[in-house]
Design a protein around this ligand. Structure first.
Ligand SMILES: [Zn+2]
Ligand SMILES: [Zn+2]
Length: 343
């Protein structure tokens, strides 16, 4: 099979790799599409991880083989998405349903000695407990959005949004806009804080109630206007600047929720007034990755077309143009660049 290898900073090559034999307990998936996420962009540009590496984790495909000793109801030909990030299934966090916080032993993947996350190779062998069926008519390039949508679903569910809530989101990249779509699906009135006019226009086009530029107007004033002075019921930070996290208490109502969604780059410690948290009872929490249940829900949301992500496909590239695909993904104006793993 072929796999994309980030060999050195800014160099993605396609290499021929012998797939390991399919082992008992696993099913094999022929990967059709894989999207390039922020993490992969950082790997490609040499900002994170060690190279060489086979990246990819936002992928979709078709079950192509099932080991005879695998007990499963999946069948060859099933259209699926899958959670590449492993979890042990039997630690305290896994038993509590928090598989993204697994503290047990996890399997790692190797492609002829090169480590990888698994999405950008033509085949992947999976434990069926991390594979999710999608609707027959859901295009596979759209199904590949299950992982990013699952991460945002995980985040949105941490804030207990009620119909009629005022929800604010910092950052109008794809993650911020997916947060907005999910918050609106729960009946919230949603405000996106984003300075880029093109991203703001896209957010308006997909129905976000209000978009404002936090660089030209103070966020406290924007939120006061949006909420009639009440403050946000929930505030999601999808931007990487610690200064934005530091500023969160000014715009959230008493007993409101703040979710630090994305990781912060470059990171630093922030100052938060402990008395403000004490008197306001604001909940500040984080959200990391997605659990199996979030994948299941995200696959359903896409399959049933409750969430439409088609406008986030900025471009699709064939496998042999992997280098061009990565290069294109670095354009800050892009949402998701996808790679088609088979011709
Ligand atoms: Zn575990
Ligand atoms: Zn991702």
């Amino acid at each position: 099979m072929k796999a994309i290898v980030v060999e050195s900073p800014r160099k993605a090559a396609v290499r021929e790799i012998d797939p390991a034999p399919l082992s008992a307990g696993k099913i094999r998936i022929r990967i059709e599409y894989c999207l390039i996420c922020t993490w992969e962009k950082r790997i490609f540009s040499g900002e994170t991880g060690s190279l060489p590496f086979v990246p990819g984790h936002e992928a979709s495909g078709i079950v192509s083989d099932i080991h005879p000793d695998t007990v499963t109801s999946f069948r060859i030909g099933d259209r699926v998405v899958f959670k590449t990030l492993d979890h042990c299934g039997h630690c305290s966090r896994c038993y509590s349903g928090e598989t993204s916080l697994c503290t047990g032993k996890k399997a790692s993947r190797s492609y002829g000695g090169i480590p990888g996350s698994g999405g950008m190779a033509q085949l992947i062998d999976m434990d069926p407990t991390r594979v999710f069926k999608i609707a027959e008519d859901l295009p596979l390039e759209i199904a590949a959005f299950t992982e990013p949508l699952a991460c945002c679903y995980h985040s949105v569910m941490r804030a207990d949004i009620l119909p009629g809530d005022f929800v604010g989101i910092s950052g109008g990249g794809i993650m911020g806009q997916l947060h907005a779509l999910l918050a609106m699906s729960r009946g919230a009135k949603t405000l996106l804080l984003e300075p880029d006019p093109a991203k703001a226009a896209h957010a308006r086009a997909i129905g976000v109630h209000a978009v404002a530029d936090p660089l030209s107007q103070d966020a406290e004033k924007i939120v006061a206007d949006f909420t009639g002075g009440e403050g946000l019921d929930a505030y999601f930070i999808t931007t990487p600047q610690p200064a934005i996290a530091e500023d969160c208490l000014r715009i959230v109502r008493p007993s409101g929720k703040v979710v630090f969604y994305g990781s912060f780059h470059p990171n630093r410690a922030i100052g938060l007034d402990p008395n403000k948290i004490h008197y306001s009872q604001v909940d500040i929490t984080g959200s990391f990755s997605a659990d199996a249940v979030d994948f299941y829900r995200a696959a359903r949301l896409l399959s049933s077309r409750i969430i439409d992500v088609s406008s986030f496909v900025t471009g699709l590239f064939p496998l042999d143009r992997a280098q061009d695909a990565f290069q294109a993904s670095l354009d800050p104006a892009s949402y998701r660049i996808g790679i088609k793993l088979h011709g």
